[in-house]
Ligand binder design. Structure first.
Ligand code: 13P
Length: 284
């Protein structure tokens, strides 16, 4: 079962300058479909779990699904907890076996974020897990005002944060946001280069849904080894369900509906894996 560390997946991608799709799943069906897409394309993949879905499903059930589903997987995969401000939930997931966590203390001062992040990194290391850090937070696309890229911390603050905490991957705000962009976002790609050069660690690109292929390849080339996709999965999952029900009025056959949704989620995952250049990059 090649469940590997998130860091090992990202280090190779970072060195070779391809991107690894880090896809937020919402349930068993979408988790299995993302893993199946990675398997089919011989690609490493990071399966992300949002706090909302972990809490809704239960830490134990979520992990049991992961454990079962990765039993026969032959490509490198890792399980990641996305944006989590809740230290207790981080502890629970790390103890259960998650491979990495994003400690999201972006609402706290940088000093307090840093202080607590040191503790999270220490705890993660005891479990053989890795940590993603952030200090700026991300808006929802519907809250964007166009000047997001200007409200960021200095490069020195980022470098200090990475050095003091020892995080494995850093998630900067570069004008990106979560959700559906009204138009392709204006991104500060130079900031990625500056951070990569100054810290030497891979960058996590948030708000991937809706960025253009050119933006992805530029940012991946600059060191965005982890590329987060969440909304695109939700759209594929919901739309395929809606379309199936619309095309089959009066048919109440859950497995047929699930088959359509699985195919749509797999297609979405394969599209992004290919776009990010990680097809065929499995080494395990
Ligand atoms: P999107 O929902 O915009 O794809 O963003 C995903 C993400 O960054 C998850 O942390």
């Amino acid at each position: 079962m090649p469940v590997v560390t998130t860091k090992s997946i990202l280090q190779r991608a970072f060195q070779e300058r391809y991107g690894v799709a880090a896809i937020n799943v919402v349930n068993d069906l979408s988790m299995e479909a993302v893993l199946a897409a990675a398997e089919e394309l011989r690609a490493p993949v990071i399966v992300q779990t949002s706090v909302k879905h972990v809490v809704m499903t239960g830490v134990g059930v979520m992990y049991a699904m992961w454990h079962e589903m990765t039993e026969k997987i032959t490509v490198p995969v890792a399980l990641h907890l996305d944006h989590c401000p809740d230290r207790a939930l981080i502890s629970e997931c790390l103890a259960m076996g998650w491979n990495s966590v994003l400690f999201d203390a972006s609402k706290l001062s940088v000093e307090e974020n840093m202080r607590q992040c040191v503790e999270v990194v220490d705890e993660a290391r005891r479990h053989g897990a890795d940590v993603e850090g952030e200090i700026e937070g991300f808006k929802r696309t519907e809250e964007m005002t166009g000047d997001e890229a200007e409200h960021v911390q200095s490069l020195k603050t980022v470098v200090d944060f990475v050095r003091v905490t020892g995080v494995d991957v850093f998630a900067p705000a570069i004008g990106n946001a979560h959700g559906v962009y009204a138009t392709a976002p204006h991104l500060d790609s130079q900031r990625v280069t500056d951070i990569v050069e100054a810290t030497g660690i891979p960058v996590a690109l948030h708000g991937g849904t809706g960025m253009t292929p050119e933006q992805f390849s530029d940012l991946i080339g600059r060191g965005c080894a982890k590329v987060n996709i969440s909304t695109a999965l939700k759209i594929a999952f919901m739309k395929s369900g809606y379309e199936y029900m619309s095309a089959h009025p009066g048919v109440y056959d859950p497995p047929a509906l699930f088959t359509a949704q699985r195919a749509a989620v797999m297609e979405m995952a394969k599209y992004h894996i290919r776009l990010f250049g990680s097809e065929g990059k499995a080494w395990a």
